[in-house]
Design a protein around this ligand. Sequence first.
Ligand code: B12
Ligand code: SF4
Length: 442
Amino acid sequence: MCILLIQPAYPWGTHIYPPNGLMSLGARLMAAGHTVRLADENIEGRKNPLVDRPEMVGVGILGAPYAPMAIRTAMRLRKLGYSDTIVFGGEFVNRLTPEERAVLFDSVGPWACTFPFAIPSAEETSMSPMLEQLPERILAAYFRNEFCLYTSTGCAFNCHFCAAEKGTKERFRTAEVWHDETRTIARLVKRYAGVIPSYEIYLSSLDVAQTPKKMEEMLRIAHENFAREGVRLRVRGLATAKCVVRAVEQDENVFDRWHSYGLTCLGIGVDGADPEVWRREGKLHNTESDVAAAFAALQSANILPEALMVVGFADDNLRALALGAIACREYTHAGIRGRPFLGKKLAPGNEGWKCDPSAVDELLRNPEKLLDLDFGAFGGNITHPNWKQRAVANLSYAASVAYLKLFSPFGCPTQPLLPTQSIPRPLRPFARLWNRALPGDK
Ligand code: B12
Ligand code: SF4
């Protein structure tokens, strides 16, 4: 069967990155004997994707802001005459209940969230065949400056605001698959990006230090395969302070070795500076002493420490908002790169989402509103209903981003988007223009 996979457009202009979810899914479909084509709307724009006459179409949705784009894509396919089932999938879809999926997708005609045949597991399938068959123009676009390595998924912790696959044991790819895939990626990086040290790789792992022995094996294999091609690997990952500290306690040289394998930057999920908020958000594994010790361990291994700061939730009081903004500033002076985001109470799969069915229903019936759930965006009345609290939360977020952009030697990777759905209509074109002027999330 010929299956077309579509990566919907980034909501604000062009943001090109290799969509790992679709690469992995495509390889699994190929392993089951199907022919797979990819259409990436960020590269091909609104070109008719149906030229190869696919028998089935799958659309990927990474996070909430992509959902309205996926619905638009589905509607366009219908206008172009495609009347069969459209399969939706990806992290956002994985977190919805069957009833929620029906509310969101019923308007697009026949839809499903799985293919009607068995395919091998993602952990045991290498992406290589899918990557190698991509057309030249897509390969050149994907392998020019960044890639995300699919190492593992799942996190044992259970922070309330988080919408990832949490409260579960980390699952790794098999070593065999990993070997094959990193060899292919190294070859493609060399072909398209050249031997440039600025080629960045982002790890899919939610906490690289949660299963350190396994992660070390993955990093070593990737490093060896890249070194064989003569390409320097620069890897960025995410971790919790607790697991970083535990990993160092068990083996004090662990981060020196990981640095030698290419780990140049590690983001620690600090998420504010108020233990009261950590308690409320179920981030009980964070303590001030662990956060400080984790940053010190990374600095002594010459790994750039990054403070991931999801701050400014709708429930945060003045004290929590002030502490978050001050911490962003102080981290800069301590040689730590700040990466602030404005917390959203509602994200598909998190506790806020599970506790507020009427707000969820309203969002799913009006999918454009999902755009405002972006963690990079300022709060609007959808995400921060109390206007006084919203004003202070937005101010503290703006202050942190502005401070980092102006004064941090590491810059500020966060792009402060404007909400477009929860502001008066006449202002929306200006908000869209602002959002389009910013580069995509990295
Ligand atoms: C890398 C990454 C990114 C990269 C993507 C780069 C890339 N190369 O893919 C970038 C930086 C661009 C990114 C951006 C965002 N991300 Co992100 N990202 C990740 C991360 C760390 C890894 C994703 C990954 O590669 N997984 C490996 C692949 C193979 O798994 P997968 O995508 O789930 O795909 C599997 C299945 O879902 C399924 N599948 C995938 N697509 C499809 C399609 C069909 C039709 C079917 C049937 C199945 C299917 O098959 C795949 C396996 O074979 C995850 C965390 C995590 N570990 O999940 C967060 C994560 C997916 N991101 C998330 C979010 C929220 C975002 C943002 C929306 C954040 C924001 N700014 O608000 C933005 C989106 C940008 C925007 N404004 O629209 C959330 C999603 C939460 C949710 N429940 O919706 C996650 C889980 C992080 C988190 N802690 O909450 N992200
Ligand atoms: S925020 Fe981080 S530590 Fe907490 S559940 Fe999500 S991935 Fe795990």
